[in-house]
Ligand binder design. Sequence first.
Ligand code: PLP
Length: 364
Amino acid sequence: MKDIYVTKSFLPPLRKYQKYLDNIWEGGQMTNQGPLLESLEDRLLDYLGVKNINVVANGTIALQLALSALEIDTGEIITTPFSYVATTSAILWERCTPIFVDINPDNFCIDANKIEGAITKNTKAILAVHVFGFPCNIEKIEEIAKKHKLKVIYDAAHAFGVKYKGKSLLSYGDISTCSFHATKLFNTIEGGCIVAKDNGISKKLDLIKRFGHNDDNHVYLGINAKLSEFQAAMGLCNLDYIDKIIESRKKIANTYDQLLVDIIKKIKIPNEVEYNYAYYPIVLKDEYETLGLIKKLKEKGIYPRRYFHPSLNTLPYLNHHQSCPISEDISSRILCLPMFYGLGIEDSRKICKVINKYLLSVNI
Ligand SMILES: *Cc1c(COP(=O)(O)O)cnc(C)c1O
């Protein structure tokens, strides 16, 4: 059997991509907010049902541009320790200080009830993550932000296609960002986007992602965060398949739900959420059991991922240690199982078999 990795990038039929390449060769424009990128932005507005969108080079620069557009260039940002490193590194790169608030072990998102205790006179914003596409406690976060006059940014890198209360999860907060990296649910090879609530902020983002100028009129300090036409073409192709991709992931998730033994803590999809099946996390008893399972799966050519590990409050280049026991505990014993378009039901059954056999052998 072929090795099975945690994910596999979706590639559209080559002939479809070739058609867009023909367009590029005819028009001669390879980048600089070209016609394919314009068309991708229009189609994403429509698909996501959001008011504004700025497609950019990746999901990390999307976070940095979000901070910059909201003029958060100093001070403390309340954030989660349970995420991909880019959530924290974007804060540090913008010369702000991450203040970690521990997570809710049920949905892996920042524990909104602990946010107020971390607010000081230097707090500027809350940067929360909809981990694995499960929504944060949006209502509570909004209430706290209003009361303390803080900006809210959601790293919604996992939330493409998720709906919460009938609206795209990307439409919440002052700004939501997403990643279109090759390993994500929807990909433009590299890429990402920013959804801003305020039209003025969205217009500003249009400029700062392209060096901050309009012809010879230099308005803002900007950077180069442009997406090329080649990447936009990949996005246009892949968007045609997104519903099929989500549908096939749902089937895999259902197989895992049905076949995995109950000693594993499985995640329930919350009410009012239309989920995208971006990830399938399982939480084991302890790190020892987790490492044992990884070893067993590896012997069968199956490679889950310790996602997220380590807890970001333990990054070696942080100035001072902040303790987040729940995040540290969960990250020591969580795995994401293989989940991608093209993973056969037979393969997912086999993965369940290996996991069940191991867990039953160590839990007698
Ligand atoms: C992937 C990811 C990012 C970074 O996105 P890139 O497009 O790879 O820069 C940021 N945050 C989270 C939670 C992610 O999973």
